[in-house]
Write a protein that binds this ligand. Structure first.
Ligand SMILES: Cc1cc2nc3c(=O)[nH]c(=O)nc-3n(C[C@H](O)[C@H](O)[C@H](O)COP(=O)(O)OP(=O)(O)OC[C@H]3O[C@@H](n4cnc5c(N)ncnc54)[C@H](O)[C@@H]3O)c2cc1C
Length: 300
């Protein structure tokens, strides 16, 4: 049996797309390895009507609701390879199964590559954070830190400074340019040059950010914009067009969510380069609807 669509990735974008297709009574298989990007954080914030719930609980609810639609199948396995073309795609799963589909949607999310600083990775999603809109409110104000990875960190620091006092750790990146420096000054952002050598626990639940032996700066949280990689070999295998962003290349899509390979769609973080459940969900809805339209148009 050929599916109308295979969705690779059952995170916020993938399940949002699946919902639109399920409600159009289309046959959909969702392949999912169950590792959404925000799994390191105990709670997800800023998603309307779900504020403060664990991200995995939100996804489990979505799955339960989708399972009630008789045309949706879930497989807890990886999509290893995509063969074929529009109307005749086939996906090889990690279980060795081949599933045929007319359309495919990639919604695999990102894998974050954190800067190589001792003590950083184990605090990811807890006191080392990616986004002030998601977690800044809970931090409760300054002092906070921003760890630079590229020159874009200056802009990021000016935004984070709206939540409280910020120190920008340049960590070996180039000094911000004149205009950025002036804005940082207006926002009262302190610049701390030098490499960050380690992150450790400080007193009273603070983080100690070390830029040399015996030079700690105490902050309540450290924000970092990590390099993000698309979590699938399929875009490389199928030579999909990319678009450069400050966090790394994302998959280029047209206004319908279709990639450079006809019939293959992409949605969520990997297509918009953002890090926000609401953006990813909205993008998944759009791709699901447009993918559905393409099935109808192709049939006439
Ligand atoms: C630490 C942290 C905390 C965050 N907190 C918040 C928050 O509070 N609020 C907020 O709005 N945003 C938050 N975000 C951002 C949010 O996690 C992402 O924007 C959102 O998860 C993107 O949704 P997505 O569907 O694109 O990808 P994901 O949610 O990452 O889902 C992708 C899914 O695809 C699966 N997958 C990957 N490759 C394959 C494959 N080859 N085959 C099958 N399955 C595959 C993965 O296992 C995963 O289940 C946070 C991010 C981080 C890093």
């Amino acid at each position: 049996m050929t599916e109308d669509a295979i969705i690779v990735g059952g995170g916020f974008a993938g399940l949002s797309a699946a919902m639109q297709l399920a409600r159009a009574r289309r046959r959909v298989t969702v392949l999912d390895t169950g590792l959404p990007r925000n799994r390191f954080a105990a709670h997800a914030h800023g998603f309307l009507a779900q504020d403060g719930r664990p991200g995995l609980d939100i996804l489990a609810d979505a799955r339960r609701q989708l399972a009630a639609y008789g045309t949706v199948t879930f497989r807890d396995t990886e999509a290893e390879r995509l063969d074929g073309d529009i109307d005749a795609f086939s996906v090889l799963t990690g279980d060795g199964e081949r599933i045929a589909a007319r359309r495919v949607l990639l919604a695999t999310g990102f894998e974050d590559r954190l800067p190589d600083v001792a003590g950083l990775a184990e605090r990811w999603g807890k006191t080392v954070l990616h986004c002030p809109y998601c977690h800044g409110y809970e931090v409760g104000g300054g002092p906070m830190g921003v760890l630079a990875r590229t020159a874009d960190a200056a802009r990021f620091a000016t935004i984070v400074s709206d939540w409280g006092g910020v120190t920008l750790f340049t960590n070996g990146t180039a000094e911000p340019e004149e205009e950025a420096l002036a804005l940082l000054e207006r926002r009262n952002v302190t610049l701390r040059p030098g490499r960050v050598t380690a992150i450790a626990d400080g007193p009273d639940g603070m983080l100690s950010v070390e830029t040399g032996p015996g030079i700690p700066t105490l902050v309540r949280a450290l924000f970092v914009m990590p390099e993000a990689r698309v979590r699938s070999a399929i875009p490389d295998d199928r030579a999909l067009a990319r678009k450069e962003t400050p966090i790394g290349p994302i998959i280029k899509t047209d206004e319908t969510g279709q990639t450079s390979l006809p019939g293959l769609y992409a949605a969520g973080d990997i297509a918009i380069g953002a890090g926000n459940i609401s953006f990813a969900s909205a993008d998944g809805v759009k791709a699901g609807v447009m993918l559905h339209h393409s099935l109808i148009v192709a049939a006439n």
